[in-house]
Design a protein around this ligand. Structure first.
Ligand SMILES: O=C(O)CCC(=O)C(=O)O
Ligand SMILES: [Fe+2]
Length: 528
């Protein structure tokens, strides 16, 4: 395959796409709303510029028009009339001067200045790469068909715009640059089937070139052969392609050649392929059906948490989602006004979320967690204190050793791959607070498509329902991490996802809703 590698890389974009994405526009939708506003303002300014330009052209055209009649007459006839003579002198003395000023007038300054000021903070190449990666991630997770996706149709939700052929090409190129030959091949092969008269600034030959190179990297000789064959028809004397074609033809004759695209190649995730397949299937709601023997035991009930005065008149609505480990959902945890206030407070403080690297114990940006988050303290605003109060009422746990409230906002493609919330052995646990005993995860929005929280071992998918909260213990009653709580936030397919996380810690629960026990229970009951 060496001969193929040698010649193909004629960079069309002239851009190099970095592997790791550090920039942040694409990672949350909240800040992207500002971009729409900025662009609307730019469009208004551009329209204003066009109006001014049009007025200027109209003025110049009117001036030129008068010469239609003048040039029809011969000069002597024209000058023999005193009015014509007056007009001639008037024009030459003053009017051409005005015309000169009009032509010279610079109507673009305002627009150009505005654009260049705004562009400083605009998304850049890294964001385009991040957004293309999100498209590919969604393509994999939700098994989206490329043609439908490119036409802007995602699970029946139609975008206002479609991808242009050049966009398809760029997505394929981004995959190619990342050595993600699986996505490169799938996008380039799909594009090669399109009407080439729509191609601008790249050719069908370029597309086939990528399609064949990326396919052969995946071991798909047949596709590489077909693409190369088409290339020979377009450029019969292309030396490198002719060599490749010969090579593919020989490979095709060998019976042990591995045909068919290897779909196991998934460089967008660090998960092992089996884990990834399992996670993605759960995100598609496959395998999350409740088995009858469990479903029949799950209950919904009203809960006053041992006659808590704040719950007597309006008990909490509890829905059991799974028994062991016990996962529950509280409904109507916060009011609309409270949720809006929490989001409003978080908005200006959203930053790309970090994760704890289990190997180094350090916080870092990672592509397996694509979201923006903000930390809010009880003292930041009344509403944050109210959220804490509500969690204490519903769970009976102390929040004295808990973390601040983490509000997260996921954009399209935003996700958090499978993880545990408890701290692993590489993280030093503060003895004043202990490990994360439980998670209270509030959904501050519905999500149109995708974005479920999925638990891998019990195979439970929790659809975000605005105002509800998922709750579970991460540690068993003896304080040992419960590895069955491994969970993930599936990529948002369409819509916006807002959540608020409260991580409750061990210290202070000894005499509360969750006394510690010496023995390890298999049933980790929420309300024991
Ligand atoms: O957003 C979600 O659904 C889950 C988030 C999560 O698991 C986390 O932030 O630890
Ligand atoms: Fe989590």
């Amino acid at each position: 395959m060496v001969i193929i590698e040698k010649g193909i890389i004629v960079l069309v974009l002239g851009l190099t796409f970095p592997n790791l994405v550090s920039c942040d526009w694409f990672s949350s939708i909240s800040h992207m709303e500002d971009l729409i506003e900025e662009e609307t303002d730019l469009v208004a300014s551009l329209s204003h510029y066009i109006d001014k330009q049009e007025a200027k052209i109209r003025h110049l055209k009117r001036f030129v028009k008068q010469f239609d009649d003048i040039t029809m007459q011969n000069a002597v006839d024209y000058l023999s009339h005193p009015v014509n003579q007056f007009r001639l002198f008037k024009r030459l003395a003053f009017e051409w001067d005005v015309i000169q000023d009009t032509v010279k007038e610079n109507t673009s300054t305002e627009f150009v200045e505005k654009l260049s000021t705004k562009r400083v903070n605009f998304p850049d190449e890294k964001d385009v790469v991040g957004s293309a990666q999100a498209l590919m991630r969604l393509q994999d997770t939700y098994k989206l068909e490329i043609h439908q996706l490119a036409r802007g149709n995602v699970n029946g939700v139609q975008a206002i715009q479609m991808l242009r052929p050049r966009d398809w090409y760029d997505v394929g190129r981004i995959a190619f640059e990342m050595k993600d030959y699986y996505h490169c091949a799938s996008w380039m092969v799909a594009l090669s089937l399109m009407n080439e008269t729509l191609f601008q600034s790249f050719t069908k030959f370029d597309v086939l070139n990528h399609a064949s190179f990326c396919s052969v990297q995946l071991g798909d000789i047949e596709t590489a052969y077909n693409a190369s064959l088409e290339m020979t028809l377009i450029e019969p004397s292309h030396e490198r392609n002719n060599k490749n074609f010969q090579y593919y033809s020989e490979m095709m004759k060998k019976s042990d050649v591995n045909l068919g695209i290897s779909s196991s190649h998934q460089p967008l995730s660090a998960l092992n392929p089996d884990d990834l397949r399992h996670y993605e299937a759960l995100c598609r709601d496959e395998g999350t059906n409740l088995p009858a023997h469990i479903g029949s035991k799950l209950k919904c009930y009203l809960w006053t948490n041992h006659n808590n005065p704040r719950l007597i008149l309006q008990p909490a609505k509890v829905e059991e989602l799974w028994l062991s480990p016990q996962l529950i959902r509280f409904h109507d945890v916060l009011s609309d006004t409270q949720m809006e206030s929490v989001k409003q407070l978080a908005r200006p403080m959203l930053y790309r979320s970090t994760v704890n690297n289990p190997d180094t114990g350090k916080l870092e940006h990672a592509k397996y967690r694509v979201a923006k988050s903000a930390w809010l303290e009880d003292s930041d605003a009344d509403v944050i204190g109210q959220v804490s109060r509500r969690i204490v009422d519903l769970t009976g746990l102390s929040l004295d050793s808990a973390e601040m409230l983490q509000v997260a906002n996921y954009g399209v493609g935003g996700q958090y791959e499978p993880h545990y919330d408890f701290f692993g052995k590489h993280v030093a646990i503060d003895e004043n607070s202990g490990n994360r005993i439980a998670t209270f995860l509030i959904y501050l929005s519905d999500v149109t498509n995708g974005g479920s929280t999925v638990f891998l071992e019990p195979k439970v998918g929790v659809r975000p329902i605005r105002g509800s909260a998922a709750f579970w213990y991460n540690l068993d009653p003896a304080g040992v991490p419960d590895r069955r709580t491994r969970h993930a936030a599936c990529p948002v397919l369409t819509g916006v996802k807002w959540v608020a996380n409260k991580w409750i810690h061990e210290v202070g629960q000894e005499f509360k809703g969750r006394p510690c026990q010496l023995s390890r229970y298999s049933d980790n009951l929420v309300f024991a």
